[in-house]
Design a protein around this ligand. Structure first.
Ligand code: ADP
Ligand code: MG
Length: 311
């Protein structure tokens, strides 16, 4: 395996050169120089063939998603993406695969001005670990732990589409090419009290906010934003279940105090992105899912057992 020609090829394809990078690929370390009064947000996520994506997923989609999931984490903290490193393990020295992979990765990197500044390349089962760093003005980072009772809960875009694609075809545009909500995350600085990206499913991810913030929530199932596509392809009860518990949508779920709600409407129209209120943060701990008649839908450990009976 000619590790070095792969690295050279990656470097040749790299479309982004940032001024705050003193030294990129090629030395023992990359060197970056953030401005003073800037907080650096750092996140890392691995994607492994057969675990996080079906083995047959095209290389372009793997490259795109490996970066997208990290940019989604940055977005949830309100960070502006800046730099990335990548640990790449691949079974054989396949330049053709690498070019397609790089094409997906760098397309997204260019869109968000993220420079690939280093990494590691090894031979082994296909897996990609990306670390991404982003910049936040000091004091503006959005955390999970600061939601307050009375805050309204919002979610961006539509929920359930990626989960539906996964079940149906193991492939699809929303599943393979999620849009990290970077501009939204940045716009929510000083507006959202807490935020998380929906990677594992709305309920699972919202619970992380609730636990970290030591609060509870009421979630209204009839308010969940469902796409026409989803509603055309499955029953409403199934669509709602997918929206509550399927993952991979990479939308942002965030909480906003009542006096900041007008800002949410403004951001929504500025970004041309639906931001839907889906519930409220409560002092009462735990997550309750309510229907249009304010009836609680019973939750079991395995999900929503009696869900379809309520529709
Ligand atoms: P070292 O032996 O010092 O760890 P390597 O030989 O692994 O360095 O890598 C050489 C250079 O190429 C380093 O700057 C490293 O960060 C970079 N690099 C290696 N693999 C990748 C990759 N997959 N993506 C980006 N940069 C990489
Ligand atoms: Mg190395």
């Amino acid at each position: 395996m000619s590790e070095f020609s792969l690295i050279e090829r990656l470097q040749a394809l790299n479309p982004v050169l940032r001024q705050d990078v003193l030294l990129g690929i090629g030395d023992d370390c990359a060197l970056v120089q953030p401005h003073l009064k800037t907080t650096v947000a750092i996140t890392t996520d691995s994607v492994i063939a057969g675990v996080h994506f079906p083995v047959a997923t095209p290389a372009d989609a793997i490259g795109y998603k490996a970066l997208a999931v990290n940019l989604s984490d940055l977005a949830a903290c309100g960070a502006e993406p800046a730099w990335a490193t990548m640990a790449l393990s691949m079974p054989k020295d396949d330049l053709n695969w690498l070019e397609n992979f790089a094409n997906g990765f760098f397309r997204l990197a260019r869109e968000y001005n993220v420079q690939l500044i280093g990494g590691d390349t090894t031979q082994g089962p296909l897996s990609i670990t990306v670390q991404a760093c982003g910049l936040i003005p000091k004091g503006a980072a959005i955390r999970r732990s600061t939601a307050k009772p009375g805050d309204h809960i919002y979610v961006s875009g539509f929920l359930g589409d990626a989960g539906f694609e996964l079940i149906q075809h193991q492939r699809g545009r929303r599943l393979d090419y999620p849009t990290p909500r970077v501009a939204l995350g940045m716009a929510l600085r000083h507006i959202a009290t807490a935020a998380i990206d929906v990677s594992d499913g709305l309920m699972a991810d919202l619970k992380h906010i609730l636990t970290a913030s030591q609060v509870g929530a009421n979630l209204y199932v009839h308010k969940l934003p469902l796409s026409d596509y989803l509603l055309q392809h499955c029953e409403k009860a199934t669509a709602r279940l997918l929206a509550l518990s399927a993952g991979d949508d990479y939308e942002l779920c965030f909480t906003v105090p009542p006096d900041k709600i007008v800002s949410v409407a403004r951001i929504s129209s500025e970004l041309g992105l639906a931001l839907t209120e889906i519930g409220i943060i409560t002092m009462n701990p735990g997550l309750r899912v309510l229907d249009e008649n304010n009836q609680e839908i019973p939750v079991t450990k395995d999900g929503y057992k009696h869900f379809s009976e309520h529709n």
